[in-house]
Structures are given as structure tokens and as C-alpha cells.
Write a protein that binds this ligand. Structure first.
Ligand SMILES: [Zn+2]
Length: 310
């Protein structure tokens, strides 16, 4: 039981009364002591509560940090995934770009091939047809632009289509050019035209007129005489009137004759190319001077070569 005594210093006693026989026990506490204990308990409580508050705060911060860390790690993972995807797309694009470049190169080569053929061909030389309109100006610029800026926008199918159509044009062109080789297209020797096709006065005595079935080109002795087209040598021999003469068959009804030569350079049955030197200029046969008598025939009928070549 508790009670307190009124001394100078207040004291609180606890008296322990046993059941029987033994002496009672008294434990005294001074009020100062009790106040001290109370203060101590208060202090401990404050420390514990403060600690709990601080720790819980830290825990909260830590758990927040952990969440942020998780989110960051996920974000990085996503970034890596995206990077990988972009790398793959870049690789795909490179492959695509390479195949486009290859095709453009193919187109350029085809274009150059066609251009070269057209430039070399007599057939297209003076005519402002294919070579000027289609290829010379427009195509190269277009291809340059294509390779620099627009190629990524062009689909492979479109380019393949262009390659296919250009290839077909090229094949057609080869066929035309092959035929063109057989078409007479130029006067066969350098020199001065001394006599034209048609009615003329007799060159030997000036008396009366005769029909000149070809043209005469005069130049120095030994001047080269060229085949006016590709063809087969029908004959290469001395003929009365024509002297040393070459007769070529070009097919398609065209034949050509070169007369009065000093020397013949081809054999009968031989195939000669367009422009090939077939004889050297002379004055054999019925001739008044050094010249070549050039005759062009269509279905065996002499025609005016100058009208044909114009
Ligand atoms: Zn003549």
C-alpha cells in the first residue's frame, strides 16, 4: 500500500505485509527519485517515438527509391529494346539501300550502253529522234537526282520495271542497229563528186547524152574505197567498162558497185563490214581519170545515192 509522510523531503513508502509470522517490509521512495524515474521514462519514450518516426520516414524514402530504381531499370530495358529495333531497321534499310544502288548502277550502265550505241550509229546521228529526245538530256539528270535524293522513296519494283523496259529497248536497238549495218548510208570515198546520177553529156567526146547510173568521186591514186554497208561480195574482178570492180549484196534488195579501182582488196563470197576498205582508187576500164564510179541499186534498178543519203 502507498502513503506519503510529511517530511522535509516527501517520501513514499511501500509496506509489504506478509500473511503470517514474518515481519512487515517497508520500501521507501523519495519524491525526487520518483520524479527522476518519471523524467527518465518520458525521455526514453520520446527517444523511442522519435526513432520510430525517423525510421518509418527513412523506410518510406527507401521504398520510394526502390520503386524509382525499378522504373528506371524498366525504362533502360525499353530503351535497349528500342535501340536494338532501330539497329535492325537500320540494317534492313542498308540492305534496301544497297539493292537500290545496285539497280541504279545497272540502269546507268544500260543507259550508257544505249547512248553509246546511238552516238556511234550513223542511222541516228543526224536524226533528232531517240538519242536526243529520250536519252541525251533528260535521263542522266533524272538518274543523278534519283541516286542522291529520291532513291529511298522509289520502290524496287519500279526500278526493276525500268530495267526491264530499258533492256527490251536495248535488245530492239541491237536489232535495228544490226539491220542498219546492211543499209547503205554514205558515199564510199573522200574526194570531189565530178559526175552526178542521171542524164549527162558524153564524158569522152561531149557528143550526145548518156544515162549515168551512179556518181563519180575523184581523188588521188590509191585513195581508199569503203563499203557503204555490210554485205556479201558478189564479185570482185575486172569487168568491161567498169574496170576492176567490186559488187556487194547488202540484202533487203540493196546492192552496190564500185568501179575503175586500181586494186581490189576483197574476194567473192567474203562478208565485208560497213566502212571496210574494199579497193583502192584508180582509172581502170572506161575511165577519163582517177575516180571511183559508185552505183547503188534497189532490186537491180540503179538509184541516186545522194538522194538516199540525204
Ligand atoms: Zn561513173
Amino acid at each position: 500500500m502507498f502513503y506519503h509522510t510529511k517530511d522535509k523531503v516527501k517520501k513514499y513508502n511501500i509496506i509489504i505485509i506478509p500473511e503470517r509470522g514474518s515481519q512487515t517490509k517497508k520500501i521507501s521512495f523519495s519524491s525526487l527519485w520518483i520524479k527522476g524515474v518519471a523524467c527518465f521514462v518520458c525521455l526514453i519514450s520520446i527517444v523511442i517515438l522519435t526513432s520510430i518516426y525517423v525510421f518509418s520516414n527513412q523506410y518510406q524514402t527507401l521504398s520510394q527509391d526502390s520503386t524509382t530504381l525499378k522504373k528506371t531499370s524498366e525504362y533502360i530495358k525499353n530503351l535497349e529494346k528500342e535501340n536494338k529495333l532501330q539497329e535492325e531497321q537500320l540494317q534492313d534499310y542498308k540492305v534496301y539501300q544497297d539493292s537500290i544502288n545496285g539497280r541504279i548502277e545497272e540502269l546507268n550502265e544500260l543507259e550508257k550502253d544505249i547512248k553509246d550505241k546511238l552516238d556511234k550509229s550513223d542511222f541516228f546521228k543526224d536524226s533528232k529522234t531517240l538519242s536526243d529526245m529520250t536519252f541525251r538530256d533528260t535521263q542522266p539528270t533524272m538518274l543523278v537526282n534519283m541516286s542522291q535524293q529520291q532513291n529511298d522513296r522509289l520502290s524496287i519494283e519500279v526500278i526493276d520495271g525500268k530495267i526491264k523496259s530499258l533492256t527490251q529497248i536495248n535488245i530492239k536497238l541491237d536489232q535495228v542497229l544490226d539491220k542498219e549495218k546492211y543499209i547503205p548510208s554514205f558515199i564510199p570515198a573522200r574526194g570531189r563528186i565530178t559526175s552526178y546520177f542521171g542524164i549527162r553529156s558524153n564524158p569522152f567526146n561531149g557528143k550526145g547524152e548518156e544515162n549515168h547510173s551512179g556518181i563519180d568521186i575523184a581523188n588521188a591514186f590509191g585513195t581508199k574505197i569503203h563499203a557503204t554497208a555490210k554485205g556479201k561480195v558478189s564479185y570482185a574482178e575486172y569487168r568491161r567498162g567498169f574496170g576492176n570492180a567490186v559488187y556487194l549484196d547488202h540484202g533487203n534488195g540493196f546492192t552496190s558497185l564500185y568501179g575503175h579501182a586500181a586494186k581490189l582488196l576483197v574476194e567473192p563470197g567474203e562478208i565485208v563490214e560497213k566502212g571496210q576498205v574494199i579497193a583502192l582508187m584508180g582509172s581502170t576500164g572506161r575511165s577519163t581519170g582517177i575516180h571511183v564510179h559508185f552505183e547503188l541499186r534497189k532490186d537491180e534498178i540503179p538509184i541516186d545515192p545522194i538522194r538516199i543519203f540525204e
